[in-house]
Structures are given as structure tokens and as C-alpha cells.
Design a protein around this ligand. Sequence first.
Ligand SMILES: [Zn+2]
Length: 451
Amino acid sequence: MTDLVIRGGTAVLPDGLRRADIAIEDGRIAGIDTDAGAGREEIDARGLMVLPGVIDVHLHFNEPGRTEWEGAATGSRALAAGGGTLFFDMPLNSTPCCVNAREIDRKRAALEAASITDFGLWGGLVPGSVPEMAEMADRGVVGFKAFMCDSGLPEFPRADDATLYDGLREAARLGLPVAVHAESEELVRALSQRMKGRTIRDFLDSRPVVAELDAIQRALLFAGETHASLHIVHISTGRGVALAAEARAKGVDVSAETCAHYLYFADEDVERLGAIAKCAPPLRDPMDVHELWHELLEGHVDIVASDHSPTEPARKAGDFVAAWGGIAGVQSTLPVLLDRGHQERALPLERIAALTAAAPARRFRIARKGALVRGHDADVVLVDLEQTFTLRAEDLQQRHKTSPYVGQTFRGAIRRTVRRGETIFADGRIVAQGRGRFVRPAQVQSDASEP
Ligand SMILES: [Zn+2]
């Protein structure tokens, strides 16, 4: 008898949808069959869609050091409530930042103690950290994050051109990707300095689309010349995605990430909602949102992440330009894709599974995750496409119960999240028993150990 059978659901498999029972043994998928034998535990999934657990490759849980902003205990609960089973934490907003092996060790220990989902870690690429990259790679980071513009945190300075160049070369040697926040420092700094007022529109105008396109183009050039793997985080425009797709067609090893909020909200929403919807790059005009969806539907977006970056509510109040930039949406990525993607634009569920699970696992070489396949970890989310819900503040599992998604209605609800065979979220409640584990990329052949 197997440990667990998820019975009677419609499984979203790599090759399509199929009515199947999923048998789970020792936390792994032991079989996907039309009629599994009895399990010691059974989950009735009739009428539900069964997808691989969401892998959120981009978020900030700010632990250790800024857990008053979020923390892995609360953040991972919110991820689980959104169907997530694995996240990669960014190297900044925690204090100190993860720019060397010692800080990676500290963060890993803190997250192992706190997270209910599995997790991986990004290392930081900042001026001075290139010599630390090999040791961070030894510790199992998924890649290295760099800012092409000011990060907003003095302790995580932007990568100047030489740092980016050296970092890409070193990352290529280590066989790991570099993730870039792509906005032009020159343009954003100059436009911010000559900002006339302090209104929301003034801020939006200080970070125009061209600032993103310019930085993406330069990052692609650098990656191509250094033969590095490049991951462009939170691309906010269809034109930015198209640049990445064109470079890929020419042989550049690039993956394009966007975030749920760029697909869901537009600039008019920031003007309505205020700093709760402030982020960088900022939300764009409705035509850009339309173009971004077009690129996603064309298959040019690889990964959709949350870039969950919360803070204390007080830091979101007052002067808009000074307010913390970051959207707290870790719980809403899958609902956004189900509602605005599947229901509204006929985005196939297999594509949603690819954007949120298969592509993240493949790009970052996380073995046995990202798809419903025999032998993989039993990371599963059960979704009811017939259920409509309106997100309430009290539904949020994150530390501070504020999110621009509160009050929004979604067609498609997350009923249960299973991490390595253990239910961690069910029917609105966190029921986790066990703790999340650290995951690291699978080894590749590289010359990193050679002199
Ligand atoms: Zn971020």
C-alpha cells in the first residue's frame, strides 16, 4: 500500500491533461495511473486540476535581518497558500546580504529553521564579490543576482560594467546563470534627479520603458560575448521580452522572467492604489500589458515569478517617491495566471505548469522537481477551476496583510498544496508539519575545479 493517493483529479502532465490517480511513496511520485490501489492516506481530487507545485524563482523573504518586513516562516506560508512548494530567495533585503559563502550559510540555517516549503538561494553579484562566487557556487546557490541600476539598498550596490563583465565570465566558468535587474542607471538616475514633483506620475516617468530596453540590450550583449547564462528578472514590457527572444534565436543563453503584477495591473492601478502597487520597473500602461501578454502567449516568456518584496506598512505610507518599492504578491501568481491567463485568454494549463514549475526547475537544474513525473518529488497543487474567490486581507498568510491583490476576484482557487507528499495547505489553512529543505542545482560538467 502506498503512503498517499491523490485520486480522481485531472493531472496536468508534461504531455497534456489526463484523468489520473497519483500514488506517492516516501515523498516521491511512485505512479501516475488510471486506477491506483488504495493508499494509507487518500485525497479526493475529483473535479480538481492537479498541477506541479509552483516554484517561485524570485522573491525576498528578508531573513535574516529584516524579518519585521516578512520572514521565511510567514513568507513560505503565503507561498504555500498560493500553491507553491519551492522558492529561491534573492540575496538582498536580508541583512547582511548574501555576497559570500558565510552569509549563504547563515541564511540557509535561518530558512531551514523557518520555511515550510523547500528553498534555494541566490548569491549576490556586487562590486567586490566576484572572488566569492566560486565558494558561493560550492554552497549550492542557483545563480548570482546583479542590479544594473541602484538597488535601493546601499549595502547591495549595483554592478558597474566591469563587475558585470567579470561576474558573467566567472558565472560561465562555474556553470551558473546571472540574473539581472535591467534598468539603465544613467537614465533612471538623471530622470529621478530632474523629477519636478513627487507624484506617482513623476515617479513612473522617471523609469520609462526605454530604460528597461536599454539595459536588457546591454545585458544580452555582455552575456553573448562572455558565453554566460543570463536570466532577466521581472521584464515589464512585451518589447523587453521580444529583445530576449531575438537574442535567444541568435544563440544567447537567456531566460525571460516576468511577474504576475505586470500581467495583472497597469499604471492607472498604481495611481489608484498608491505605494502598495509601487515597484521597479514600474507598472506600465495598458498597451504594454497587452503586449506582454502577447509575448507570453507566443511562448517568449519562460518563467513567471512573484518578486514578492514586502515591507512594513509604514514604509509604504507618506511620500510616494520615498516609499519602499516592492509588491507583496507571493500568494497570487497562480491565481493571476489561472484567471487572466487560462480563463480570460485560453492559456493552456500545461503552459501555466511550464511557466511556474517546469521551466524554473529546468533552467536552474533542480533535479526531480517541476513536473508530475514518476520519481519526482510529490510537489503538487490542487486547483478548483470552478471556484471563484475574492482575496481578503485575512486570507493572506504573509506577515503584513497588505497586497494590491486584496479585493480582486479570481476564477480558480487553490484547494491544497502538497510538498514532498505532505499536505502543507488545505482549504484556506496552513497545516504544515515538516520543514522545508534546501535544494541546490544538479552538478554539471565544468572546468571550475581546474587551475
Ligand atoms: Zn526582486
